[in-house]
Structure formats: structure tokens, C-alpha cells
Design a protein around this ligand. Structure first.
Ligand code: 1GP
Length: 231
């Protein structure tokens, strides 16, 4: 159990983006530690199931990052649930979670649930707009959220999200300095091996998303790049 605590490199596949079987196979057999299925919009039960069935042809671990409660299905190893620490709207902090637990609380297998304290820092990211994230944060602000995630809320994961943009590695370093137990996930703009290595200097788990769709060959190279760095 809790194998996600060992993940160093992860690919994130978006159910709302078309991808061929050949590419899914390359991703799953790349040596990555896991595949996370998740996206901000257009995630449905149909496209989630379709992607899951193709990933499950392979042995790689697979998690669903929940953005739409209607698209949740059994069959994943883990269910990652984001709570956006820097959202200005409590819906994204606890509101939607409350609604979901009211309906499904008794049937959820809590052993498979992994809570992620999210901090979204690219103002242009769809997720930042959707959640009304306050992205104007300095290193101390972000590091303090990280400390809250670990010390106040005991969260297993703190996720620095720059989706679509390569982030400020100095902020990532400041965050890493504050965390002992909570795993640090980083995602955003990793579209070559150099960036993958830079993020791997501080993040426990490096997440690669868009590069899969933009340049699969280069995306695949991020696996070895991340794993060449020892934390
Ligand atoms: C998105 O953090 C992931 O949720 C990865 O970001 O798509 O920019 O690689 P990119």
C-alpha cells in the first residue's frame, strides 16, 4: 500500500485529449512509475473509462485525479483528490468534497483516497481560472501553505501546479525545505530532459502532462532524466 510515496516520475493523461493506442503503450511502458488520469474540463465517465481500459492493458500503476464526481469509476489504484489551498472560492477547498462525501461517503474505500494540497501558480492555467486561484504568491507564501499541508492538515501530498508553464524553481526549493513527511509533487511545463532534471532536484514526484501531446519522443526522455537525479 501507499506505493505512490515511491513515485519519482509520473505521466498525466487527460481523458479529454485524443491519444493513440501506440502512444498509450509507449507511456505505460516507458519506465514511469505511474499514470495519473486527470484534466480540468471535458472529463466524462465515458472518456475516463476509455482511457482506463487502455492503460489497464499494461502493468503500470494508475490513479484518477478527480475533477468531476460524475466521472469517478472503480478500477484505479488510487483516487487523488485535490484541495486548492490558494483558491479564493471555498468550493474548491472543501465545498465540492462535502457534496461528494454526503452522497458517496459510506461507499468510498478510504484506503485508496489520497488528498493533495494544491497550490496553482500559473495564472493562465485553466485550473487557476476555474478555481479563482490567487497566483500572486511569493516563496514564503507558498512555503507556508506547504507547512500547513503537512503540519496542520497532515496531507500526504502537496502539489505545486504550474500547468502549461515551467515554474519558479526557487519557490519549489523553498517548499521542499519545509516538508519532511508530505510528498512534494511538481507539474508544469516540463517539455525536455533539462527541465525534468531541474524539477527533480526538489520535487519528490515530477509530473509530465502536455509534453505527451506536444512531443511524445521528448516526453519519454523525461523519465530517465528524472530518475537520474537523487534527492
Ligand atoms: C498538469 O501538473 C500537470 O496538471 C502537468 O503540467 O501539462 O504543463 O506538463 P504540464
Amino acid at each position: 500500500m501507499d506505493t505512490y510515496k515511491e513515485w519519482r516520475h509520473v505521466f498525466k493523461l487527460d481523458p479529454n485529449k485524443p491519444i493513440g493506442d501506440d502512444a498509450v503503450e509507449k507511456i505505460c511502458e516507458s519506465g514511469t512509475d505511474a499514470v495519473i488520469v486527470g484534466g480540468t474540463d471535458g472529463v466524462t465517465l465515458d472518456n475516463t473509462l476509455y482511457l482506463l481500459s487502455r492503460i489497464r492493458q499494461h502493468a503500470v500503476e494508475c490513479a484518477l485525479e478527480i475533477s468531476n464526481i460524475d466521472a469517478v469509476t472503480p478500477g484505479f489504484d488510487y483516487y487523488f483528490i485535490p484541495t486548492v489551498f490558494n483558491s479564493c472560492n471555498t468550493d474548491w477547498l472543501i465545498g465540492r468534497h462535502h457534496e461528494a462525501v454526503k452522497v458517496f461517503g459510506e461507499t468510498i474505500n478510504w484506503d485508496e483516497v489520497v488528498m493533495e494540497g494544491y497550490c496553482i501558480l500559473n495564472p493562465e492555467a485553466k485550473a487557476a481560472k476555474l478555481t479563482a486561484a490567487d497566483t500572486e504568491l511569493n516563496g514564503e507564501d507558498v512555503a507556508s501553505y506547504a507547512m500547513m499541508a503537512e503540519k496542520m492538515f497532515n496531507l500526504p501530498v502537496f502539489y505545486i501546479e504550474y500547468s502549461g508553464q515551467f515554474g519558479d524553481m526557487d519557490k519549489l526549493r523553498k517548499v521542499k525545505d519545509k516538508l519532511q513527511q508530505t510528498r512534494l509533487f511538481y507539474g508544469g511545463g516540463i517539455n525536455n530532459a533539462e527541465r525534468a532534471k531541474l524539477a527533480a532536484e526538489y520535487a519528490d514526484t515530477v509530473v509530465v502532462g502536455n509534453a505527451i501531446y506536444d512531443n511524445l519522443k521528448v516526453a519519454l526522455k523525461t523519465v530517465r532524466a528524472v530518475k537520474s537525479v537523487t534527492l
